[in-house]
Design a protein around this ligand. Structure first.
Ligand code: GLN
Length: 478
């Protein structure tokens, strides 16, 4: 499915030359959305609003009353876990049916201030829990490269909206890979900033110490620009760090990079041989280009998944207690007893994956099991972080495959545990709070794409963009 992919710079050039208007742009995206509804990427298309905003921006440009914002001509889709004032916000769940956001997320406000246009709200796994976009109350999203396959998740709608040419960029959320993994299954770039970079105000909480808003696109410069616009302190989020905080461990990456990869990750059982082969040949290419490539051992690899799932389920069980049938969305009918109403609203409102996580989370936090599971997982998280910091004090970047496999078939009947295990490479960045990106690496024998994951030291986004750009150029030349 060849899609003409214009960069933001090209779009802005055409707008400035008068060869294109924002209205033309939005109309052409809306046509593409209408022609590809079967992909199920959008849960709400903001047709009228986007057209109106495009017209307004065209007028402002024509009148010259003010300089245009940095994201002029950038059309975004937004994952259904990020608030857009006046629009429904449901996290792909029945329990939020009918709920309207009362304010916009800080990230959304910041892109709008720079003249971005929002074209719609996109599908995702329920409460961002999932890796295949099959847990949404709106039904599965289809991968535009092969509609019998999943697009990845949980930000599957975000990835497919960009992949199918219906917008330039999409905002998703990444708790354990949900921006990077669907990007890799859809042949796109997925970027998750360090924890504490982008305000979580207006983002529905899943695992609060893991969640970050991330960006999916094909235009690296546009991704970087939107990140720069969204990041930085916000009075509504106390976990943010000052904008000028940079990783002080290493000087900015020079032309000769010091790259490490985790040897155990490459010998991991479930890794698709073509992904391993392609990854290894890429490391050879890096060496021939004069970069230093070193392997590092990682004893804690097998603890990543259990540690991640214990901690995120614990945080989710607490975060999701607010959906009780009273404050937001869905309420079970005809009930006289309050506790019965809570139970019934939650029983009917939540899907099975969300219930599984609430049960698991409540269990690991309960008296008698807290020390055995939750406290232990926190200690392991600390060990993982220390190991990661020792790597990033010696290397400019750590590279990993993004996923062990390519996109699987919709309805493949994988068990929850099989699906969790597929997050083996993606959860590390969230456990340690580091910035990470997936860039396209290759295709398997069925022409399904997979990605290369690059991680840099926490707060070293500048270095990450520099390295990712360099690796992408190398990759495109091979
Ligand atoms: N697949 C992971 C999970 O289900 C990641 C989700 C995410 O990043 N939101 O928890």
């Amino acid at each position: 499915m060849p899609i003409r992919r214009r960069t933001l710079q090209q779009i802005q050039h055409s707008l400035r030359q008068g060869e294109l208007t924002c209205l033309d742009l939005v109309r052409s995206y809306l046509d593409k959305i209408a022609g590809q509804q079967d992909l199920n990427a959008y849960v709400e298309v903001f047709d009228d609003e986007a057209l109106k905003r495009a017209e307004e921006l065209d007028l402002i440009f024509k009148s010259g009353e003010r300089p245009m914002g940095a994201l002029w001509g950038a059309v975004f889709s937004i994952k259904d876990v990020i608030s857009i004032s006046g629009h429904q916000l449901t996290a792909g769940s029945k329990i939020l049916e009918g709920y309207k956001a009362l304010y916009s997320a800080t990230a959304v406000e910041r892109i709008l201030l720079q003249d971005a246009i929002i074209i719609g709200r996109v599908n995702c796994d329920e409460f961002a829990m999932g890796s295949d976009n099959e847990t949404s109350v709106y039904g599965p999203v289809k991968n535009a490269l092969d509609p019998t396959r999943i697009p990845g998740g949980s930000s599957g709608g975000s990835a497919v909206s960009v992949q199918s040419g219906t917008c330039l960029l999409s905002l998703g959320s990444d708790t354990g890979g949900s921006v990077r993994q669907p990007a890799s299954f859809c042949d796109l770039i997925g970027f998750k900033p360090s924890y504490g970079r982008i305000s979580r105000h207006g983002l529905i909480a899943y695992g609060s110490s893991f969640d970050q808003i991330g960006i999916i696109g094909y235009d690296m410069d546009a991704i970087k620009l939107s990140y720069e616009i969204m990041q930085g302190p916000d009075d509504f989020d106390g976990t943010l760090i000052p904008s000028n905080q940079k990783s002080s461990i290493l000087p900015d990456a020079g032309p000769k990079l010091r790259i490490a990869y985790i040897s155990d990750a490459l010998t991991h059982d479930g890794l698709h041989p073509e992904i391993a082969r392609s990854f290894e040949s890429f490391t050879e290419l890096l060496k021939t280009e004069g970069h230093e490539v070193t392997t590092v051992a990682f004893d804690l690899l097998e603890y990543l998944i259990p540690c991640y799932y214990v901690l995120t389920a614990a945080e989710a069980s607490s975060n999701l207690s607010r959906y009780d049938g009273i404050r937001y969305g869905y309420r079970a009918a005809d009930l006289k007893q309050l506790d019965e109403m809570y139970t019934k609203s939650r029983t009917e409102g939540f899907g099975s994956e969300v219930k599984r996580r609430i049960l698991l989370g409540t269990f690991v936090l309960s008296v008698g099991y807290y020390d055995a599971y939750f406290a232990k997982a926190q200690k392991i998280r600390r060990l993982i972080k220390e190991q990661f910091e020792s790597w990033t004090s010696q290397f400019d970047a750590i590279i990993l495959p993004m996923t062990p496999t390519t996109a699987w078939k919709i309805g493949s009947g994988k068990s929850p545990v099989e699906i969790y295990l597929a997050d083996i490479y993606s959860v590390l960045a969230n456990l340690v709070g580091a910035a990470a990106m997936s860039i396209p690496l290759g295709y398997d024998d069925e022409k399904l794409p997979f990605g290369l994951q690059i991680l840099s030291a926490t707060y070293a986004e500048d270095r990450l963009f520099f390295i990712a750009d360099h690796m992408r150029n190398l990759q495109q030349r091979r």
